[in-house]
Design a protein around this ligand. Structure first.
Ligand code: ATP
Length: 501
């Protein structure tokens, strides 16, 4: 584009995102007026829309549009036996070490991934911060002490269970102990029989759920990447382990299909190829239930990290719950006349991590006519606001009235806002910065000027966020044009048909 001079920043820093999120109402620190709650975040007016859109589109694409999927919405508090049977009580732990000096706590397997503080004996004890994993450039020592204070010894690792414990009912006694769920998955297993019978399903089929999960993470942080309370979008896809598809065991075939489908989903809604990669779990890294796990990693501002995981959980969970509950959790294979315990493939994504990835990938700083423009190039389906209606002159009552009426009309179908709190250039920039794909401007030509004898043409300007091009369309056609633009047609196609302004 001729008006676009240069891309100023290709990769955004976490600090920039955190500050944009606060300034523009996406994410606030939880309980900020009391100094904040460690690793908890609140979604603001735009964040709640963005998050809602991610969940809605995920649910639509993976549940509503597929003939082989159904959903549930289970309670967060479950019978404590669930966590015994699933192995979470015994295995859902991380190794933890404490600093004997400053008392800070670290995940033992992550200490070496932190930059470390060093008081170097070769330089009279001068203090240095040394990059993660590297030795001191002066004395050659490697880290042995606390990476933060650089003085205390670390304790030997202890296993720490990540589940939040609580009490059901008014008495705080052992018999009343229960847990906040650390994953949504288990509700799909314990409801397997209910769903199978009520919906009369045939294998392969999947059960999906979105909802909150809780993990008492030892080292939460990096904004909404790792928090103690977060939201998940999970699918348990049950397959007959005796079936073969395209010459392969059904569970292995479906595992690969889900990896492809999930990757394609993230690409479709805006994550760039170069920021996505697959990572196969090593044997010694696999969870206790897994035959094979593949992560989709994203190049977050903190580096390559897990966006979601897709695990083959075999028949582990159904068998464990059958054993612990005494109920049969199997499927009757009509053709083979046999009962089988299905295998399950689990695509498990975090809503908050997905939101962070979509934000980071959408962020762009560019120079336009000598000025910096910050733009979030969200996919229109994800954008928190779809259309902003802006009056060119806020003192003209007829312009303001028309703009309000247009907003009200569009808002019947899409999230639309009205804004007249600044001059038009600044209003455009504000909408760019929150990723609104289209602005509609009402000007003097739209409503006419009787003093000057100018007749109203009833047309308004639509401006495209990414190209900054404009088209002029009759007000009466706005609904149809946005139906096309927000229904998946490209700006270039629609603009070519309607005619650029
Ligand atoms: P990690 O290795 O990062 O701790 P995990 O492998 O334990 O994650 P899973 O149990 O596979 O995570 O959970 C599925 C998804 O849920 C993750 O890919 C991530 O998107 C999300 N998730 C897990 N833990 C957290 C957390 N503490 N904060 C935010 N999202 C999380």
């Amino acid at each position: 584009m001729s008006h676009r001079c240069a891309i100023l920043a290709a990769m955004v820093s976490m600090d920039t995102l955190v500050s944009l999120c606060k300034r523009r109402g996406f994410v606030f620190q939880s309980s900020e007026i009391y100094g904040g709650t460690g690793s908890c975040w609140d979604y603001g007016p735009l964040g709640v829309e963005l998050k809602g859109n991610i969940k809605r589109v995920w649910w639509r694409d993976f549940v509503q549009r597929r003939p082989d999927m159904v959903g549930i919405d289970a309670s967060i508090l479950m019978h404590p036996m669930v966590w015994k049977a699933s192995g979470h009580l015994d295995h859902f732990t991380d190794p933890m070490v404490d600093c004997r000096e400053c008392k800070l706590r670290f995940r033992a397997d992550q200490v070496d991934a932190l930059p470390w503080t060093h008081y170097c004996p070769a330089t009279k004890g001068n203090k240095f911060t040394i990059p993660a994993g590297e030795p001191c450039g002066h004395c050659g020592a490697r880290r042995t002490l606390c990476p933060d204070c650089g003085k205390g010894e670390l304790t030997t690792p202890r296993q720490f269970n990540l589940m939040f414990k609580t009490f059901m009912g008014p008495v705080e006694e052992d018999a009343a102990v229960t847990y906040l769920r650390p994953e949504t998955a288990q509700a799909m297993f314990v409801n397997f029989e209910n769903v199978l019978q009520s919906m009369r399903l045939k294998l392969p089929f999947g059960i999906a759920q979105t909802g909150r999960s809780f993990r008492n993470e030892i080292t939460p942080g990096n904004f909404i990447f790792r928090t103690r309370e977060f939201e998940q979008m999970e699918i348990e896809y049950f397959v007959n382990p005796h079936d073969r598809v395209e010459g392969r065991p059904a569970d292995e075939y479906w595992h690969d299909r889900w990896i492809e489908d999930c990757l394609a989903w993230f690409r479709r809604y805006g994550l760039r190829d170069e920021n996505l990669r697959l990572r196969e779990h090593e044997r010694d890294e696999l969870s206790h239930y897994s035959k094979r796990t593949v992560d989709i990693d994203y190049r977050f501002p903190i580096g390559w990290s897990e966006l979601m995981g897709i695990a083959n959980r075999t028949d582990f969970d159904l068998k464990q719950h059958a054993k612990a509950s005494g109920k049969s959790l199997s499927y009757f294979d009509e053709e083979r006349k046999e009962h089988v315990v299905p295998y399950v493939v689990e695509p498990a994504a975090g809503v908050d991590r997905a939101l962070l990835a979509f934000l980071a990938d959408a962020y762009l700083e560019e120079e336009v006519r000598g000025e910096k423009r910050i733009v979030l190039r969200f996919h229109p389906e994800l954008a928190p606001v779809k259309v902003a209606v802006l009056p060119l002159l806020k003192k003209r009552e007829d312009i303001v009235r028309t703009a309000h009426a247009i907003r009200d009309d569009l808002a019947r179908h899409w999230r639309a806002v009205y804004d007249d709190t600044a001059a038009i250039g600044r209003l455009y920039r504000r909408q760019d910065e929150v990723g609104t794909p289209y602005c509609v401007t009402v000007d003097v030509q739209t409503v006419g000027d009787t003093d000057k004898g100018e007749r109203a043409d009833g047309k308004v300007t639509i401006r495209d966020r990414d190209s900054m091009e404009q088209i002029r369309v009759p007000e009466s056609r706005l609904g149809a044009v946005f139906g096309e633009l927000l229904g998946g047609q490209s700006w270039a196609d629609v603009a070519a048909r309607v005619g650029r302004a």
